[in-house]
Design a protein around this ligand. Structure first.
Ligand SMILES: O=C([O-])CC(=O)C(=O)O
Ligand SMILES: [Mg+2]
Length: 218
């Protein structure tokens, strides 16, 4: 058996923990209240999709949205990690999309139901290559952008996050043990919008990484 390599964390079958409404401008654009505590949901590892494969619109959605997010890859597991030690548990980062069936999420929200069908479907978590920690010395101050067919839709800075990465690691690990290979999606800045079949999405973190994905029907 070959040793597992964190640079292919998406093959490990570990947890994907997502933070919602972590940017005030995005909470406002969807007319949601600004949270006073992190809002969390999960995606299964089957949500991962890599460049070269397409993002698939679920058959039951007519309003699939892009959400560009900074992903934090856990390198050292832990429970109840203090905020002061949180960054020692980070192996690196990945640029991620939290693809969201907004029409389905709206129905779930109105009925007070979980968001699973809106957020956790196959290909709902496109990821870039693994970015070693050293390549982003200040993850709390990097620009994320996303274009659809060459039109800029999202352009935000992680300095706008309501809850910082160390705070999120500490908060989550109080009640979910973090393991090596887990991924935390830290929320999206404003500018989310619908994608159509055959659209071409391109996203990046400053000069660190870019990735592109095509959208297809399931
Ligand atoms: O669906 C939403 O608006 C919540 C979310 O994931 C985010 O803010 O990144
Ligand atoms: Mg999101």
């Amino acid at each position: 058996m070959t040793a597992r390599n964190i640079s292919r964390f998406w093959e490990w079958g570990r947890k994907i923990i997502c933070v919602g409404r972590n940017y005030a401008d995005h909470a406002k654009e969807l007319k949601n209240a600004i949270p006073t505590e992190p809002i969390l949901f999960l995606k299964p590892p089957s949500a991962y999709v890599r460049e070269g494969s397409s993002i698939l619109v679920p058959s039951y959605s007519n309003n699939l949205h892009h959400e560009v997010e900074l992903g934090v890859v856990i390198g050292k597991g832990g429970t109840a990690i203090p905020e002061s030690a949180a960054m020692e548990h980070v192996a690196g980062y990945a640029l991620c999309l939290d693809m969201t069936a907004r029409d389905v999420q709206d129905v779930c929200k109105s009925k007070g139901l979980p968001w699973t069908r809106a957020k956790a479907f196959n290909t709902s978590c496109p990821v870039s290559e693994f970015i070693p920690k050293e390549r982003i010395p200040d993850p709390g101050n990097v620009t994320l952008w996303l274009k659809v067919n060459d039109q800029l839709r999202q352009n935000g800075c992680t300095s706008q996050m309501i809850f910082s990465i160390p705070y999120l690691i500490s908060y989550i690990s109080e009640f979910i043990t973090l393991e090596e290979g887990d991924l935390i999606l830290t929320g999206t800045p404003k500018g989310v919008s619908a994608v159509q079949v055959h659209d071409q999405l391109q996203a990046g973190i400053q000069d660190v990484v870019t990735m592109s994905f095509r959208v297809d029907r399931q």
